[in-house]
Write a protein that binds this ligand. Structure first.
Ligand code: XMP
Length: 327
């Protein structure tokens, strides 16, 4: 097992050559640790779990079992991309779990943000544990723990285990190949492993996903409006060359309506709030000064393409006083 302390002599991985050397070293270390054993991984499609998956696929192929839980709170196209990249292109052993109804039924009528987070977290563990129990002979659990997680858990800021709280009867030995790396190094390694740019340079996305952006009690129609508006925002940012340049950008749909007019008739529909912030470590954030022409284009598209929406607003509040997410 690796230690939890990054050696002072360890060079920052900034070049393809250093990434290749790291990949080779980890492939050997993984093979040594797991032998011909099977390894389980919760694959969200985020940078860290994707890089761990790609490393393990290279090291042990089909002895890695990836479980992708679609909880219905992912962005448009994300579950499809996980299947395309890992099952179709990397030939991974991937179990896709459609848990959309399970999550949304549990969340129905729940408006309190922290209760929503708890339900999503607990349900995720339950779904993952259910899948793990169906599989036999798995001794290892891979996790996308990175070095800041270890440092923060030492400081008592947060528990670092991504799949913490697994039931007692499911005991695994951990495989954490990127646990001594910083985020920028994980990205360099991911690029060398052949992962697509929009996976490697992906903006931060909260574990509870769109759940904390569909303010208040989540309904399927409002969640759908949120997902479509978010996809338009991302498309337009990419077209304007802002992808990878702005730290985090997304839409929020609050649980209230306002009056509008469409085709000469009164409407009563939701607003979409746009948010685009820059940050270094998410403890504070400033507002991205989006060009007005781009704001107008995004607004026009949302108003004409997204069902149930009659207003678009831009959130100008930095952190502090606001937080980045609305919940
Ligand atoms: P806030 O809203 O606190 O967010 O300014 C700071 C950063 O953390 C992300 N965030 C979360 N990430 N689970 C996560 O994994 C969460 O519950 C959560 N809440 C916020 C947020 O997207 C931002 O990058």
């Amino acid at each position: 097992m690796q230690t939890d302390v990054r050696p002072e002599t360890m060079k920052r991985i900034t070049t393809p050559e250093l990434a290749q050397a790291f990949i080779q070293e980890q492939v050997e270390a993984i093979r040594k640790q797991v032998g011909d054993g099977k390894v389980l991984l919760a694959l969200s499609g985020g940078v860290d779990s994707s890089v761990v998956a790609a490393l393990l696929i290279r090291a042990i192929g089909k002895n890695l079992v990836c479980v992708h839980v679609n909880h219905g709170l992912l962005r448009k196209g994300e579950p499809e991309q996980v299947v395309k990249v890992f099952r179709d292109e990397m030939d991974a052993n991937l179990i896709y779990v459609d848990a959309v109804d399970r999550f949304l039924d549990k969340l129905a009528g729940v408006a309190d943000p922290e209760t929503k987070r708890k339900i999503i977290g607990k349900e995720f563990i339950d779904v993952f544990a259910d899948e793990a129990k169906k599989l036999t002979g798995i001794k290892f659990l891979a996790q996308g723990t990175i070095y800041p997680d270890i440092l923060e858990s030492k400081d008592g800021v947060k528990a670092h285990h991504n799949v913490g709280g697994m039931p007692e009867d499911l005991k695994f030995e951990l495989v954490e190949p990127v646990k001594l790396l910083y985020k920028d190094e994980v990205r360099v390694v991911g690029k060398e492993l052949g992962l697509p740019d929009n996976m490697v340079y992906r903006q931060p996305f909260p574990g509870p996903g769109l759940g904390v952006r569909c303010v208040g009690a989540i309904t399927r129609d409002r969640l759908e409006a949120l997902r479509e508006a978010d996809a338009i925002l991302r498309e337009e940012f990419a077209a304007a060359g802002l992808e990878g340049k702005v730290w985090q950008y997304f839409t929020v749909v609050p649980d209230f309506k306002s009056t509008g007019i469409k085709d000469g008739k009164r409407t009563f529909e939701w607003p979409v709030i746009l948010r685009a912030v820059n940050s270094v470590d998410a403890t504070s954030a400033t507002i991205e000064e989006i060009p007005y022409a781009l704001l107008h284009k995004i607004t026009d598209r949302i108003l004409s393409e997204v069902k149930g929406v009659n207003r678009v607003l831009y959130d100008l509040s930095p952190k502090p006083v606001a937080t980045i997410e609305w919940e």
